[in-house]
Design a protein around this ligand. Structure first.
Ligand code: NAP
Length: 291
């Protein structure tokens, strides 16, 4: 075992973590430990590999061990809803939790993915959502949170295009409470993309290591639209490069990751998150890994 180099952890340290499977690639420990360091909190954040069938015990462990907070990632965001004492109304509507706050043994679940995305879209791309026509590529968990947040912000129309068209239709039906929606297969994108102001890739396409893939034919991108990709490894996906080359504005996925973590930090500590320091350390780590 490595010698203890005096990492500052002591009997008063407040514990945090992320539950996922897999979790070894997660940048959350790097990001949140940096946030605690910058704000001077006596706190530590670690990654926990929670295998299928053990999530209930892991959540009980939060109570038993007195962790203040936990992030939940793939594949546990849906199942964890069943093991908490209270679910925030937005997380309940989305049906998924990515942040747990422990208030003296009472666990409350939140979802910071959608609001993290919207904050990033506004602050980094200067995009105002009200009245816009949006196309979401993908209909998985991320699309659900993002679609919900965009509808809340007043998007006029949301078209969901997914490889499995039935899932796009299901998500469209769910989001139709908040706005005008349509669900289509990916092959029908060409017939609907005129008039789209914002197109968002929420699929895994383009993610490391298959970095040369693009979710739609690049010829369909038109100048005047904002092309957004929530994949952040690599920081600039092929989809974004193609969009730039065609004169479209672009928005990368790192901001969503930073802000979902920033909101979690704020729920746990009640303090503003040091978002720039969080971004800087994650960006550096992704850039170094790509070299
Ligand atoms: P998910 O629930 O598993 O959904 C995956 C989606 O990708 C589905 O719509 C699926 O279509 C589609 N897809 C997967 N492989 C495909 C392929 N080869 N061709 C076409 N479509 C394909 O996953 P998720 O949680 O929504 O995450 C999706 C992506 O978002 C991941 O890359 C993740 O890293 C990223 N993400 C980023 C952030 C951030 O903070 N920036 C946060 C959350 C997620 P089918 O329905 O047809 O299978």
């Amino acid at each position: 075992m490595a010698a203890n180099r005096g990492n500052g952890i002591d009997t008063s340290t407040v514990m945090f973590g992320v539950f996922g499977d897999p979790v070894a690639h997660s940048k959350s420990p790097l990001m949140l430990n940096r946030a605690f360091e910058v704000t001077g909190a006596n706190a530590a954040y670690a990654a926990f590999h929670i295998r299928p069938g053990t999530l209930r015990d892991a959540v009980n462990g939060i109570r038993a061990l007195g962790f203040r907070g936990v992030n939940v990632t793939i594949p546990h965001k849906l199942e964890v809803v069943d093991y908490l004492d209270e679910i925030d109304e937005h997380a309940r509507a989305i049906g998924a939790v990515n942040t747990i706050v422990n208030d003296q043994g009472r666990l409350k679940g939140y979802n910071t993915d959608g609001i993290g995305y919207v904050r990033s879209l506004k602050e980094e791309a200067g995009f105002s959502i009200a009245g816009q026509t949006v196309m979401l590529l993908g209909a998985g968990g991320a699309a659900r949170g993002i679609g919900y947040a965009l509808a809340k912000e007043g998007a006029a129309r949301i078209i969901i295009a997914n490889r499995t068209a039935s899932k796009a239709e299901e998500l469209a039906a769910y989001l139709s409470e908040g706005t005008d929606t349509e669900g289509i297969g990916l092959e029908a994108v060409a017939t609907r993309i005129d008039g789209v102001n914002l197109v968002v890739n929420t699929t895994k396409i383009g993610m490391h290591p298959k970095i040369e893939e693009c979710p739609i034919a690049p010829e369909l991108i038109h100048p005047g639209m904002l092309v957004s990709d929530i994949v952040y490894n690599p920081l600039e996906t092929r989809f974004l490069r193609e969009a730039k080359a065609r004169g479209a504005a672009v928005h990368g996925g790192l901001g969503m990751f930073i802000y979902q973590g920033a909101y979690a930090f704020e729920y746990w500590t009640g303090q503003p998150a040091p978002a720039e320091a969080m971004r800087e350390i994650v960006e550096r780590s992704l850039t170094e890994a790509a070299l």
